[in-house]
Design a protein around this ligand. Structure first.
Ligand SMILES: [Zn+2]
Ligand SMILES: [Zn+2]
Length: 152
């Protein structure tokens, strides 16, 4: 039943730093593959901790990130997404519906290389993001194309 012992071990290893709120937020995040935003996570966490406020969820996410329990995915213009999988991997985002999936490729940070080349800059991070259309959106596009009959 417990296919999640890695997470359980990490939570146990954190000892007293892992408060009830932190544990629930991390468990909820680890239970989905959707890379939710903080707002989406708040909606899910609220079902288990009805009294929790959005601010508490946001602060808890920052703390868990600083403790190394989750990744914050910064896609630039859109809201940050969160991922309980802290292993090195890339992400792909759908241009149409904003769905974010995992890509099992190393992100290969080239920060030191960039820092060497870029005079006067202080490099603090690197974003690797694939984007395109997800299978559902490709299916929807093909269906609406068939219905429209494009008049040729
Ligand atoms: Zn899509
Ligand atoms: Zn991920």
């Amino acid at each position: 039943m417990d296919n999640d012992s890695g997470l359980a071990r990490r939570i146990h290893g954190a000892g007293r730093r892992m408060t009830e709120q932190r544990r629930v937020v991390l468990e909820v995040l680890a239970s989905v593959k959707s890379h939710p935003t903080a707002a989406e996570l708040y909606d899910m966490v609220r079902r288990r901790l009805p009294g929790i406020s959005p601010g508490t969820v946001y602060r808890t996410l920052k703390v868990l990130k600083n403790l190394g329990y989750l990744q914050e995915l910064d896609f630039g213009a859109t809201a940050s997404r969160f991922d309980a999988d802290v292993a090195d991997h890339c992400h792909v985002r759908c241009d149409s519906c904003d769905r974010v999936d995992d890509v099992p490729l190393a992100a290969n940070p080239r920060l030191e290389e960039a820092q060497r080349i870029l005079d006067g800059w202080k490099i603090e991070g690197q974003r690797v993001e694939f984007h395109g259309l997800c299978p559902e959106c490709i299916g929807a596009e093909q269906q609406s194309g068939q219905k429209g009959g494009d008049g040729a």
